[in-house]
Design a protein around this ligand. Sequence first.
Ligand SMILES: C[S@@+](CC[C@H](N)C(=O)[O-])C[C@H]1O[C@@H](n2cnc3c(N)ncnc32)[C@H](O)[C@@H]1O
Length: 188
Amino acid sequence: MAARWLFARNFIRHPYMLGSLIPSSRFLVNQVLDPIDWERARVIVEYGPGVGTFTGEIVRRMNPEARLVAIEMNSDFVRFLQTSILDSRLHVELGSAADVMQVLRRLGLPAADYIISGIPLGSMPESLRADIVQKSQAALGPRGEFLVYQFTSRVLPVLRRTFRQVRRRIELRNVPPAQLFLCADKVT
Ligand SMILES: C[S@@+](CC[C@H](N)C(=O)[O-])C[C@H]1O[C@@H](n2cnc3c(N)ncnc32)[C@H](O)[C@@H]1O
């Protein structure tokens, strides 16, 4: 309940940065996380963890050797996550998704196996959206996958320009209904 209230309060202050009044549903969390090969995934990055709706579930599913790097721009959420999910495999970083390469380098981690993005790419200026998608591609290893959930399909053109394979899904059991884009095979 405290998490939902914190999320709603921050939505009122930063509606464009959050994009939604309530955290994602468990149906959306499952659809996004189900394609992940948890045995292979050693470095996972999450953009925009908010109050940790995905983060907690990723930590629960991931390998004991894996690391999760959660990059969040909102300092209230960073403080909340640092005290609510206590796991030595999790690194919560205050910053922008556009800093992904520097964050991985600073933590001494190799390229990511998966990047899960819940940030509102569709409502960002086109140049920032393209910058974040390209930096994400660069931060992924050769078999890496970029898993994106959004409330619009505005991000699709840049995803198609950047990845050879973009599969689409929809999850209606979320407020608002969400689109998923599962991107693989980097165009190098
Ligand atoms: C729609 S909320 C998703 C929250 C949570 N992942 C969920 O699914 O319930 C978007 C989150 O992305 C964060 N955010 C927005 N732009 C960001 C950026 N450029 N880098 C990192 N986080 C960002 C917001 O602060 C917010 O926590």
